[in-house]
Design a protein around this ligand. Structure first.
Ligand SMILES: [Cu+2]
Length: 512
């Protein structure tokens, strides 16, 4: 039906056009051919001039109206260092092409006006003019050279890989239908090896657990990066083409299955600083649907810039740029994927090692470091509540108080050496359970757990007088017993420093 109406309209329009043409013809015959032609020429030429004036005014007004969307100007300044150079490149190109654009429009319509047909005017016959040839060859050539050389320079800067000697951090982004998986290198600052054959639901990034560099790699939900630090992003794709796009940082790189790519950039503005900057602009004072000003709810975003399927739109991740101190704090809250999901499972190649010396050096350092950090914190704490150290690497099955893993033994050797290093420290060693089973049974179980640890520490040469061994049964959970993870956390042993002779100095009170 719609098609029929359109066809009828077209037929009607062509009839009107034909009739109008006939009418013009007839009126020309009446008035005289020549006069009608002259009038038409004048009118068309004048229309052309009016049009070009209106058009150029429209261009200027729209450019002013949308000025805040021009790169490198207004609120949309680049949040990365190389982005400033890229924006400058765009603006310089826009400047030169803008001049050419305005001039050609003016000449086009002005010449149509000036050289409209007039009686007695003859066309100038000019077969060749060296000066003109030179002018319109040399000027564009020089400008193009300038743009191309500058562009090449910027390209080399932006696309350059990192120098092996320079300081940088490396993260990984894997695009898949339909989200981005992010991997951080952990404390060793090195990403572990991957192998596509290892993709599984418990190994979403196909990490090879035999490579110890993988053991501390973690998968955060958001991308957090410190300001001013060079970042190299390894970009991979699992299924189809994706594109790693950080528009505020002028970062855009294809993620190609089977062909890893990368991008290097340095954030120069924290999220807070970018928000402060947006605050100056009236359009960012508007409120979003939650009633928060747009500048305040602004976040850097990672998107996928390749139409990769039905859920393409959902490939969005928040990117947060923070100061180094905040980044370090955030880093400390992250747990490695290996520890979270692999350790002790069938995929864990370190699950049944025969003796302590077989713990990979790197993993050993990680465990030691973790315990020492916790112990130092407890030692320095002035608040009762902070003097507790949870024995994080001692895991218990439900109803069991034994521990046999090498990691556990290795971890406890650090507890022992901590007590040897601090001979005045007396600890309360306590066992805890989840809420499975009877309270009475759990009371006994918790005591057994604490006693088992105490036995082990005695075996390491720690005197009885240094430890008060108690069981708290199921009364002191630290996580929700409703979930298996929560129950696993509650099945634990911990110690609390109950006496240390060294005077406790509170650094905060010494500040004048
Ligand atoms: Cu995608």
């Amino acid at each position: 039906m719609t098609a029929l109406i359109i066809i009828l309209c077209l037929i009607l329009l062509s009839i009107i056009a034909v009739q109008y043409g006939r009418f013009r013809e007839l009126s020309a015959k009446i008035r005289g051919e020549e006069a009608a032609m002259k009038e038409s020429n004048n009118r068309n030429a004048a229309f052309g001039v009016v049009f070009v004036i209106g058009f150029l005014i429209f261009c200027v007004v729209s450019a002013l109206y949308y000025r805040n969307w021009m790169l490198g100007y207004g609120p949309h300044e680049s949040a990365s260092e190389h982005g400033i150079e890229l924006d400058a490149l765009f603006d310089i190109t826009l400047f030169f092409t803008g001049i050419v654009f305005v001039l050609t429009q003016i000449f086009l319509f002005w010449f149509a006006y000036k050289y409209r047909e007039e009686k007695g005017r003859k066309a100038l016959f000019m077969p060749h003019d060296n000066t003109l040839e030179l002018v319109w060859t040399v000027i564009p050539a020089v400008v193009m050279c300038f743009l191309v050389v500058r562009g090449l320079y910027a390209w080399n800067e932006v696309m350059a890989d990192v120098d092996p000697d320079e300081e940088y951090m490396e993260i990984e982004a894997l695009g898949q239908q339909w989200n981005w998986l992010i991997r951080y290198p952990g404390a060793d600052n090195l990403l572990g090896e991957t192998n596509y054959r290892l993709f599984s639901s418990t190994n979403p990034l196909a990490q090879d657990w035999n490579d110890t560099k993988n053991l501390d790699d973690f998968h955060p939900n958001e991308i957090v990066l410190p300001k001013g630090k060079k970042v190299r992003v390894r970009i991979r794709a699992k299924d189809v083409l994706h594109n790693f796009d950080l528009p505020h940082f002028r970062v855009k790189m294809d993620a190609i299955p089977g062909l890893p790519t990368y991008f290097v950039f340095t954030p120069r503005l924290t999220t807070e600083e970018y928000r402060e900057n947006l605050k100056q602009y009236p359009e960012y004072q508007a409120l979003n649907e939650d009633g928060v000003p747009l500048w305040e709810s602004f976040n850097y975003e990672l998107a996928c810039a390749e139409l990769c399927g039905r859920g393409h739109f959902s490939m969005k991740r928040i990117v947060r740029i923070v100061e180094q101190e905040e980044y370090d704090r955030w880093l400390a809250t992250q747990t490695s994927w290996y520890e979270q999901s692999v350790m002790g499972t069938a995929d864990d190649p370190f699950g049944d090692l025969a003796n302590l010396s077989e713990i990979p050096a790197y993993r050993a350092a990680m465990i030691a470091n973790e315990f020492n950090t916790d112990a130092d914190r407890a030692l320095a704490a002035t608040d009762e509540a902070d003097k507790t150290v949870i024995l994080k690497h001692v895991y218990y099955a439900t109803g069991k108080y034994d521990f046999s893993g090498i990691t556990e033994k290795y971890y406890l050797t650090h507890v022992a050496s901590f007590l040897k290093k601090n001979p005045d420290v007396v600890i309360e060693l306590s066992g805890h359970t989840d809420n499975v089973g009877s309270a009475e049974g759990n009371q006994v179980l918790s005591e057994n757990r604490a006693n088992k640890i105490a036995d082990y520490l005695r075996g390491q040469g720690i005197g009885n007088e240094r430890m008060v061994v108690v069981g708290y049964g199921q009364d002191r959970p630290i996580a929700d017993n409703a979930s298996p993870e929560g129950r696993a956390q509650n099945r634990r042993t911990e110690f609390k420093i109950i006496s240390q002779s060294a005077p406790i100095t509170n650094t905060e009170t010494t500040v004048q």
